[in-house]
Design a protein around this ligand. Structure first.
Ligand code: ZN
Length: 288
């Protein structure tokens, strides 16, 4: 069993392109506080996550004000992004599809990543919302046993798997990745939160509101394939790399599941919240 040393928790953010630790008082700039040992790029946290995490949890120094509007994605350039379809029991039911026998995996291309606050451009009138718990890989893994899987996870963040349903379902069989990879279709944040901050990382409330109306409100304990199962399954085929992201699937309540389907419109505000991690807020902007 591999697990991180238990200690103070670590919340990490990308503040104006620099790696910071978030405390109750604000943001601590990692490069400056570590005298250049770590940082400044947000991805440098994953060069040696165990060492970074051990150092970060001891930091309680002077924090600067944190401006939420200047937060970027906490993991801005992962080498691999995995996403899982039909991974909540009630979402599969609303989609009218049987539960998959093994994880249904596609990718969201990295150019779709964006920060936790801002505008998202709508390329069409068929863009849907999907709140997702996002796993951030902390160490290289291949053939990881499910019992050891949380030890390979740096932490969790919130994500939206914005999806253009027309593009997603075009073709036979449909290929999901492009319809989920328009610029801005993969916001993550506001923070990467280390695993031990969670009372139970396998049971987190996940919600989406659109213009303050609750659309999705579920718990990650409804996952068909749990986080440990996904880490184990993916690593039985590919090598997981530090900083990789796994979008773990969305619960029921997407616009496609309504009769007739309801999609996002110009000016609407999408708020994405995951228990303990926090909330993201995006304003939708139509094409011109
Ligand atoms: Zn999804």
């Amino acid at each position: 069993m591999i697990s991180w040393r238990k200690g103070a928790t670590v919340r990490v953010a990308n503040h104006e392109g620099r790696l910071v630790i978030v405390t109750a008082d604000g943001a601590i700039d990692v490069e400056r506080a570590s005298g250049g040992r770590f940082g400044p790029a947000p991805m440098s946290a994953f060069d040696d996550w165990a060492a970074f995490r051990a150092w970060a949890e001891t930091q309680s120094g002077t924090a600067a004000a944190l401006d939420p509007s200047r937060l970027g994605p906490p993991v801005p350039s992962p080498r691999q992004i995995f996403a899982v379809g039909l991974n909540y029991v009630r979402h599969a039911a609303e989609s009218g599809l049987p539960l998959p026998e093994r994880p249904l995996v596609f990718t969201k291309f990295a150019s779709a990543l964006t920060g936790p606050f801002g505008e998202v451009h709508l390329p069409s009138a068929s863009v849907d919302w999907e709140v997702e718990l996002v796993v951030v890989v902390g160490r290289e893994g291949r053939h990881v046993a499910a019992a050891d899987a949380w030890g390979y996870v740096a932490g969790l963040t919130a994500g939206q798997d914005f999806s253009d349903r027309e593009v997603q379902s075009a073709g036979s069989p449909p290929q999901f990745s492009l319809g989920k990879s328009f610029p801005g279709f993969a916001p993550i944040g506001p923070y990467l939160v280390s695993v031990d901050e969670f009372a139970d990382p396998d049971d987190l409330r996940v919600t989406t509101t659109v213009d303050s109306e609750v659309k999705q409100d579920s718990r990650s304990s409804d996952l068909v394939f749990s986080v440990p199962y996904l880490v184990s399954y993916l690593s039985s085929i590919v090598t997981l790399l530090p900083g990789d992201l796994i979008f773990t699937g969305t619960p029921e309540g997407v616009g496609l599941g309504q009769t007739p389907p309801v999609y996002l419109r110009d000016g609407q505000v999408v708020q994405t919240t995951i228990e303990t991690i926090g909330s993201m807020r995006h304003v939708m902007r139509a094409s011109r």
